[in-house]
Design a protein around this ligand. Structure first.
Ligand SMILES: Nc1nc2c(c(=O)[nH]1)N[C@H]1C(S)=C(S)[C@@H](COP(=O)(O)O)O[C@H]1N2
Ligand SMILES: [Mo]
Length: 209
């Protein structure tokens, strides 16, 4: 039987997707909730999403305006620094590429600070949000995003540890220099690559922080 001699034979495989589970992670089929504080409840009538900082003119969308932007579907694996990974999560939302069509960034922009309702912040390099890598998620597995998971809208940057995916997103600030956000100030990685196990600041390459 061909299957007897397949590539996986003799290898320790915890699940069908183990080659998609980064080092030190395990696969879960639940969707754990991880929030540093209470879940903010945002009335859609008051919701706004703003681009600011090193941008020629700041841009702001209401909920209605934001939902009129073109949306896409995304199927992505996500990896939490507390060691769970969840494969093939399905989202719809607005890609950061689409959002950036509405703003003229100044040429020196290299980093982005994401701000959430409730005060959470996290930093991400601009290049890690562009070219299909980051999006504002509005629905999860076919349903509007629940408040616990960041509804009405959250940032999703699946190739970095999931703490970079700010729930209850409210604004993005474009910056020239990197700055630590909430967990990063507490000693977590400035970048957070799950495949390099960049959990803590001490795991960062060339860290000057
Ligand atoms: N605003 C906000 N965003 C957040 C967090 C948070 O506490 N507040 N926690 C982060 C962490 S550590 C993780 S692992 C994911 C968890 O998302 P989930 O609760 O939908 O699984 O959200 C991230 N985004
Ligand atoms: Mo996390």
């Amino acid at each position: 039987m061909a299957a007897f001699f397949n590539k996986g034979f003799g290898r320790k495989r915890e699940s069908a997707g183990s080659d998609r589970v980064p080092p030190g992670q395990y696969e879960t089929h639940d969707f754990p909730v991880l929030s540093a504080g209470p879940t903010p409840r945002i009335a859609l009538a008051n919701w706004a999403f703003t681009l600011e900082g090193l941008v020629e003119t700041p841009v702001q969308w209401t909920w209605e305006e934001f939902n009129a932007l073109p949306q896409q579907s995304f199927t992505q694996d996500i990896h939490c620094v507390t060691k769970w990974s969840k494969l093939d999560t399905q989202w719809t939302g607005v890609s950061i590429d689409t959002i950036l069509e509405h703003a003229k960034l100044l040429p020196e922009v290299r980093y982005v600070m994401a701000y959430s309702y409730g005060g959470y912040t996290t930093n991400i390099p601009l290049e890690d949000l562009r070219n299909g890598k980051g999006f504002i998620g509005l629905s999860f597995e076919g349903k509007p995003l629940t408040p616990e998971h960041g509804g009405p809208a959250r940032l999703v940057v699946p190739h970095l540890y999931f703490w970079k995916s700010a729930k209850w997103i409210n604004r993005l600030r474009f910056m020239e220099e990197d700055e630590p956000g909430f967990w990063e100030r507490g000693g977590y990685s400035m970048y957070g690559d799950p495949w390099k196990e960049q959990r803590y600041r001490t795991d960062d390459e060339n860290s000057t922080w």
